[in-house]
Design a protein around this ligand. Sequence first.
Ligand SMILES: O=P(O)(O)OC[C@H]1O[C@H](OP(=O)(O)OP(=O)(O)O)[C@H](O)[C@@H]1O
Length: 268
Amino acid sequence: MTSSLAEFSEQARAYLFSQVGDCFTNTSRGPGRCLVCTGPTGIAEVQLCGQCSRQRAEFGVGLADLVVPLAYVRGWMTPQHQSEHLVRRYKSPVQPSRWCAELLQFMIHAASAIHGPCIAAAAGSWWQVMTIVPSATRLGADHPVVGLAQQVFEHGNNVDRVLLTPTEHIASTDRHPRRDMFTLSPEVAARVRGRHVLVIDDTYVSGSRSQSAALTLKTAGAQRVTVLCVARWLSYRWDDHWRLIESVLAPYDALIRPVGSGPCLAPR
Ligand SMILES: O=P(O)(O)OC[C@H]1O[C@H](OP(=O)(O)OP(=O)(O)O)[C@H](O)[C@@H]1O
């Protein structure tokens, strides 16, 4: 198992380097990076970006305990950057790209296989329940984000899978987390109570969707919520985001742990 995981890790790293190395870069944590979303804080000594700081002041422990975006999307560049193309085209309602979907799926698969122990250590436990962030436009299991969730490596754990139900508030254009964007049936609520829930999404922009999911899950009694997503969306239109985009130039390396510090906990 150890050697096969080591072999897989090296193969996954080489494959993703060749396929997305020129467009994705790993998210980074540390001075000047938001502890929650890995976006820029603007000042090295400040630990939360403005958006996450406001959400924490309003919702506190109702929010996700841990957010793990793997890479940065360089959003709104002109011409469009390949990273934006990948996260858009994989779920295009008009012309979805299977190639884009398979690449994003493999990023999730490789990261959860290689860094599952790192994520579990940072969260405080392995996840026992998994769900997706429902889409405003395509409900439930019809959305390509389901394909991402299906690729999460389970590490031999018996993971329960549940669905959140969107309410009419998902149509709000106000990108602000709310407790009533999603709901859970009593049966599903009983399955998340006291459990660690892993929430899968493609992108994290304002956190309105995934943090709303966390609020619903915590209200239902979930013990912990971890959000795992392919990418933190950065906007080229914003000065601090632009600076971060321009400063992070290393190609995506699947062996770099997306959370926690020190050496990766995966057996080598
Ligand atoms: O962090 P946020 O500001 O919430 O933005 C990210 C969310 O927005 C998108 O969903 P949306 O339902 O808008 O679009 P989709 O139907 O294309 O997935 C995306 O899939 C995330 O769920």
